[in-house]
Design a protein around this ligand. Sequence first.
Ligand code: HEC
Length: 157
Amino acid sequence: MRPLTKLAACLLVLVANPLFAGEVALAPTVDAGRLPALGSSWLAANPYRARPVADEALAIGRDAYNQACARCHGRDASTNAAPAPDLRNLNRSCRRIEDDELKAWCLRDNDAYFAKTVRHGKVIVGVTHMPPWEGVLPQELAWAIQLFVERQAAGKP
Ligand code: HEC
């Protein structure tokens, strides 16, 4: 093969390889049908924290997380060796608060940050570190994913 043809072939492999399509948000094929529907305008806080909905959301969240987020954030949100940040650390400062009211305030703030980041992604100086998920990931699945990640974080210092 001529060097130029070889180069073109390599570039084609890189572009076509899903491992290099990091900035593309791929919708999970998980049915959120059993969770209360939330509509299209995003809430500021996680509406699924109370049981028994929370129990239902956890299993759905695990599937959706592993399909949509694990390739960057690590399988089952159980490693800090993944290329993207360990999401179990997101509510770490809230976990340490003992006062109930203060803790609830902290979690609400954390929910708002989670929703904002997931919807808009992380685009820093024009470089997509994480793609935006708005329009790809239904908010039902996003909040379920958050509950799953928090469950994985429980008991972690
Ligand atoms: C293509 C890789 C990729 C995928 C897929 C991905 N993320 Fe990310 N995510 C990143 C990177 C990289 C960062 C860190 C960006 C930065 O701060 O520069 C990040 C950051 C975040 C943050 C902020 C973390 C913090 O400590 O501030 C949240 C929340 C988040 N991602 C949630 C998710 C969720 C939920 C999913 C699945 C629906 C997901 N991500 C899928 C790459 C990805």
